[in-house]
Write a protein that binds this ligand. Structure first.
Ligand code: SDX
Length: 436
């Protein structure tokens, strides 16, 4: 629980002379917050912070980011240690329950997830209703939302129901993601194989074909598992805040996650991984000098941005990008110089070098983020471009659910309902159409 530090901030209204003493709330790490809940009552003002640059929307114990230091930790464990020593199943348990599991706890968790991996067979007909060229993210938004039809009447305040919904979604996302992939290629859907672990089974459902089971590739499986760990949570990002706001109305967790997936899809957020590869391909195929693209990124009149660069919180290198960059290297080194992804990696490295030495990026503290290199790994593994953000959504499902559960377990929780600064018309009277 945050602690009221007895410190206060006094706001003086220089017009009326009225003052408000607002308490400071201290967390365990990171900036303290000014509790402004009484501001409107005391001074009659709202605060104004579009994009929530300086606004804490909630108290949370899940993930901590120090943007200046480029530090990220899930439940206190640095991402570098989890990336090196953990796996996605264990990271899911840590996020959901707050502690690293014993081997029995992990076995019980994995057994429960395996119980819920199948989709209702009627979901196949749902998928077959999509256009042949439907974007997999559109299919994922729709399919996860549709699960609310199969699991109605969830008591969102009941911890047992919350855990069941979380396990169902974590379990079903790889099946849904693989069906999105198979549908896009016109290939038959695969069913889960509960003899495989979470990531291995996902790769099986993605790549196995009738009569030809996917041959496990430990390097590929480790790379995918690591990507899932790195994308599992990231405090109050746009999609997680969407899940919290949607869930705050006591809506179904399936509907809340569908909304979060929709938010993640945008190229300013999780859709950037797909946009980075499109940008790198454009650069490589154009034959133009990299400086041409860096100049475009700096040109205020050009909407072009260096995708995979910049971050609202990180004003240093995204620690996840550092880890993924190395995995990129190792994977492509193993795949050989003639791998078609080598030119993309080389271009990414050159772009990164130029940007990190350019005053415009240095001044604005724009560094590569998690999306800058992840797409190259996905391509090297054989994941098509329009599936990249689907993988991000799969990985982030546990983060979204952990935040949803944290919010729904708050006895003081309330529906999220921001206010506004209204600058529209003052009151005016209706005019009959023949008088306009
Ligand atoms: C994710 O929030 C999270 O935690 C998200 C995420 C997660 O795990 O959930 O980390 C995942 O979404 C990573 C971000 C992926 N998006 C991209 O890579 C898209 C490219 N990046 C930008 O669109 C941008 O940097 C954002 C959206 C990431 C951040 O936007 P902000 O915080 O609103 O920053 P801004 O737009 O106010 O930029 C500040 C300045 C501006 O210039 P000035 O007006 O000050 O002159 O930096 C410039 C921007 O024009 N700028 C860029 C740039 N990013 C910011 N200029 C060129 N290229 C870029 N990529």
């Amino acid at each position: 629980m945050s602690s009221e530090s007895k410190k206060t901030v006094t706001i003086t209204d220089n017009t009326s002379g009225k003052q408000a003493d607002l308490p400071i709330l201290d967390g365990t790490q990171g900036p303290s917050t000014v509790d402004i809940r009484s501001l409107y009552k005391e001074l009659g003002y709202f605060t104004f912070d579009p994009g929530f640059v300086s606004t804490a929307s909630c108290e949370s114990k899940i993930t901590f980011i120090d943007g200046n230091k480029g530090h990220l930790a899930y439940r206190g464990y640095p991402i570098e240690q989890l990336a090196h020593s953990s796996n996605y199943d264990e990271t899911c348990y840590l996020l959901l329950y707050g502690e690293l599991p014993t081997s029995d706890q992990l076995d019980n968790y994995k057994a429960s997830i395996k119980e819920h991996k199948l989709l209702d067979e009627k979901m196949r007909r749902f998928f077959l209703g999509f256009r042949h060229d439907a974007h997999p993210m559109a299919m994922m938004v729709a399919s996860v939302g549709a699960l609310a039809a199969f699991y109605p009447d969830i008591d969102v305040h009941d911890p047992v129901a919350q855990e069941l919904a979380a396990h169902r979604l974590i379990a079903k996302m790889p099946t849904i993601a693989s069906w999105c992939y198979k549908f896009a290629l016109g290939l038959p859907f695969n069913y889960p194989n509960i003899d495989l672990d979470y990531t291995g089974d996902f790769l099986h459902m993605l790549f196995s074909l009738p009569g030809r089971l996917h041959t496990p590739n430990p390097t590929m499986e480790r790379a995918m598992d690591l990507i899932l760990i790195l994308h599992a949570d990231h405090e109050q990002n746009a999609s997680t805040s969407t899940v919290r706001l949607t869930g705050s109305s006591e809506a179904s967790p399936f509907a809340a996650l569908s909304a979060g997936i929709g938010s993640l899809w945008g190229p300013a957020h999780g859709g950037a991984n797909e946009a980075v590869i499109r940008m790198l391909h454009e650069i490589v195929e154009s034959g133009k000098d990299l400086s041409h693209y860096v100049a475009r990124a700096k040109d205020k009149n050009d909407r072009f941005r260096l995708m995979g660069f910049g971050h609202r919180v990180y004003k240093n290198y995204d620690p996840r990008a550092k880890i993924i960059r190395q995995v990129c290297h190792d994977l492509l080194a193993e795949m050989g110089e003639d791998n078609p992804n080598q030119p993309l990696l080389k271009t990414a490295m050159q772009l990164e070098k130029i940007a990190l030495e350019d005053e415009y990026f240095i001044e604005r503290k724009l560094y590569p983020n998690v999306d800058f290199y992840s797409g190259i790994i996905f391509q090297a593994i054989g994941i098509p471009l329009n599936m990249f953000t689907v993988l991000f959504a799969l990985a982030r499902t546990v983060g979204w659910l952990t935040h949803w559960k944290e919010m729904m377990s708050d006895p003081h929780g309330r529906i999220g309902r921001p206010r506004q600064l209204y600058t529209g018309y003052q009151q005016r009277d209706y005019l009959d159409i023949n008088k306009r």
